[in-house]
Every structure is written in structure tokens, then in C-alpha cells.
Design a protein. Structure first.
Length: 148
């Protein structure tokens, strides 16, 4: 009887050891924050529409969705097709915005994201990159940026 008990104990210990090793492997497989790209408050983005368009974009972790100047989107052929319309509430009230899917390049990574269209002519940057477009990047708000 004690041999059977010892065998069960050995199997339990082996299972525990295996679980610990598998957990360690999965942790080491996760992305190392040191390997992630760190973004500045303003970054160059290449919008891929009818032609490549290089613009400076404000990196805004406070916004969920990215936004794009509606006139710029029209000129670059990025304003169609409209994926959906959303209501956006801010300090100036509530506005209805069209949302389009745009292919873009940020720091060498080609991605596709949703952008709301709004006139941004009074703002310093024609593009605002929100959190949903920034997944996988780190953002350093204190980083220096030329021409912000």
C-alpha cells in the first residue's frame, strides 16, 4: 500500500513540475517590453490610399478611435467605403462621424485601423492615432519630438 501511495505522490510532483515548466515557457514567449517600439507624442504615419501620403499624427492614448481630417481623406481617396457612423461626445457637444477603414504604416509596421472622419483643419495635426490603433506599441509622452 505504501508503494502505491509513493507512486501517486511522484505522479503529483511530476505533474506540478510540468505545470511550472509550461508556465515558465509561456511567460518567456510573451513580448519583452524592451523589444517594443516606443512612440513619441507626434509620429510620422504613411496613409495608404490612392497614393502614399506622409503626415504627422498626434499620438493620443486618451482617445479610443483614431481620427482623420475629412478633407484630406477625400483627397487621398480614403473616405469610402464608410464602415459605420458613430456619435462622439466631447466638451463641444455631440457630433455624428463617419468611420472608415484605413491601411497605414506606423514605425515600419503596416496595419489597418478604423478612423473617424472630422474636419481637423484648425488642429496642428491632420491625424490623431487612438488606443485601438496603437496596440503593441509603448508611448512615452515625455519624449522630445521635433516640430510638435
Amino acid at each position: 500500500m505504501s508503494g502505491l501511495r509513493q507512486l501517486k505522490r511522484s505522479h503529483r510532483a511530476l505533474g506540478l513540475l510540468l505545470a511550472v515548466l509550461l508556465g515558465a515557457l509561456s511567460l518567456s514567449a510573451q513580448a519583452d517590453p524592451c523589444d517594443q517600439i516606443v512612440l513619441k507624442p507626434v509620429e510620422q504615419v504613411i496613409l495608404l490610399g490612392q497614393f502614399q501620403l506622409r503626415v504627422k499624427a498626434r499620438i493620443d492614448t486618451g482617445a479610443d478611435l483614431s481620427s482623420l481630417d475629412s478633407e484630406l481623406a477625400r483627397q487621398a481617396g480614403l473616405d469610402q467605403p464608410v464602415v459605420r457612423e458613430i456619435l462622439v461626445r466631447n466638451a463641444h457637444g455631440t457630433t455624428r462621424r463617419k468611420v472608415v477603414r484605413v491601411k497605414y504604416i506606423l514605425r515600419g509596421q503596416t496595419r489597418t485601423g478604423e478612423f473617424s472622419l472630422i474636419p481637423r483643419d484648425g488642429l496642428p495635426h491632420p491625424v490623431l492615432m487612438g488606443r485601438l490603433s496603437l496596440k503593441g506599441f509603448l508611448v512615452d509622452p515625455s519624449a522630445e519630438c521635433a516640430g510638435c
